[in-house]
Design a binder for this molecule. Structure first.
Ligand SMILES: Nc1ncnc2c1ncn2[C@@H]1O[C@H](COP(=O)(O)OP(=O)(O)O)[C@@H](O)[C@H]1O
Ligand SMILES: CC(=O)OP(=O)(O)O
Ligand SMILES: [Mg+2]
Length: 397
């Protein structure tokens, strides 16, 4: 069974074509700068494609993906009919979709209603589904939600202390995101500890362009840092993370901003980019720090401080913690960042092994043998999780 997995972001689209029988990733690629100019790359075995392609919307990106995987020279399948099903990452399931679902006219209508809950991601997610429907009519498609893994949170963790009617009537509450990644990290961490998922307590740190931390008890999410949207929690590439809402009312009044402009300010102009004035990208932040940029250093120090603070609070929530796992672009590559996050936590049984920590982008135990809490780096694999859910739903049809 060959499954195409589409992970559509606000301005990018990652994809993998996976042969589920052999677990082989037949092709893997990335469409970047959708809506700006358009850059495309794909690897299929030892064959590579890299080119500039105009991609005004996600529809052109999907067309490019299809053309690349079926390319006679550098592709990996002769015809689209080889694809059994398509799995899509969808940002927001809210309280409507607690688990992955088959895409039907009804579920599609339900997802349309959630666009206001995820204005940066949902339009691209849904456009990706529609474009695949058009290119592969009749091929089953499955939606896998970033929110699903967090559905096990208790109301004490997910409620906001707003007038209750906003929860009852408008479903305003914490949902949490990166759930597919946190679920994968939970499973892999359990495997590395020689435990079943249901036995493991961990703190999963997904630190990328978007970042979130998840507290997992007996394999289930009990709390997470992102909220109603992926804006809450940690400082991120362009997102502010937590702040006093009164601060934004003050700015809105002062600069006469509309709610949409304020949303844009917090989601796209804040975080590392807004603080440093340099970039949203951690590699650029590191380079700026090396040149003595104090605002870039402040942004990085804030991330370290905030992750440390959440680790402390989730240790309190969980009681026993078997492991802390780092994943995503910054978590997998940030050797010094990981060191700084866990330094000073030795009294809590968290002991980093500096030599083991000298690793990037591969699975590794990075704590000392004497460390009560094990520390791991595990590259995330959202695409594999999406493919597995897709197979399960399609096989049950
Ligand atoms: N070698 C590296 N060292 C430090 N940070 C890195 C490295 N490689 C990638 N990153 C950072 O990872 C982030 C992107 O993470 P990623 O998980 O790919 O993001 P997303 O999926 O949210 O787009 C960027 O800030 C990037 O700078
Ligand atoms: C939910 C979210 O923030 O996703 P990403 O990290 O891909 O931006
Ligand atoms: Mg990501």
């Amino acid at each position: 069974m060959k499954i195409l997995v589409i992970n559509a972001g606000s301005s990018s689209l990652k994809y993998q074509l996976i042969d589920m029988d052999s677990s082989e990733v037949m092709a893997k690629g990335l469409c970047e700068r959708i809506g700006i100019d358009g850059k495309f790359s794909q690897t299929a075995g030892d064959r590579e494609i890299k080119m500039d392609v105009a991609m005004p919307s996600h529809a052109e990106a999907i067309a490019q993906v299809i053309s690349a995987i079926t390319d006679s020279e550098n592709g990996c399948i002769a015809d689209l009919s080889e694809i059994t099903a398509v799995g899509h990452r969808v940002l927001h399931g809210a309280e409507t979709f607690k688990e992955s679902v088959l895409v039907t006219p009804e579920t599609m209508a339900g997802m349309e209603e959630l666009v206001p809950f995820g204005p940066l991601h949902m339009p691209g997610n849904l456009m990706g589904i529609r474009a695949c429907e058009k290119a592969m009519p009749g091929v089953p498609q499955v939606a896998v939600f970033d929110t699903s893994f967090h559905q096990t949170m208790d109301p004490v963790a997910f409620m906001y202390a707003l007038p209750y009617k906003y929860y009852e009537e408008n479903h305003i509450r914490k949902y949490g995101f990166h759930g597919t990644s946190h679920k994968y990290i939970t499973r892999r961490t359990a495997e590395m500890l020689g435990k079943s998922s249901g036995e493991v307590n961990l703190i999963s740190c997904h630190l990328g362009n978007g970042s979130s931390i998840c507290a997992v008890q007996n394999g289930k999410c009990v709390d997470t840092t992102m909220g109603f949207t992926p804006l809450e929690g940690l400082i991120m590439g362009t997102r502010s993370g937590n702040l006093d809402p009164a601060a934004i009312f003050e700015i809105m009044e002062r600069e006469n901003l509309t709610p949409a402009q304020a949303n844009d300010l917090l989601n796209k102009k804040s975080g590392f980019l807004g603080l440093s004035g340099v970039s949203s990208d951690m590699r650029d932040i590191d380079a700026a720090i090396a040149e003595g940029n104090t605002r870039a250093k402040l942004a990085r120090d804030m991330l370290v401080y905030q992750v440390k603070k959440y680790i402390g609070s989730y240790l309190a929530v969980l009681g026993r913690v078997d492991a802390i796992t780092f994943t995503a672009g910054v978590g997998e590559n940030g050797i010094e960042l990981r060191r700084d996050i866990v330094s000073g936590l030795e009294h809590l049984g968290i002991e980093l092994d500096e030599k083991r920590n000298d690793t990037r982008r591969c699975e590794a135990l990075i704590s000392k043998d004497s460390s009560k809490v094990k520390l791991f780096v595990i590259p995330t694999n959202e695409e594999l999780m999406i493919a597995r859910d897709t197979r399960e739903i399609v096989e049950a049809l």
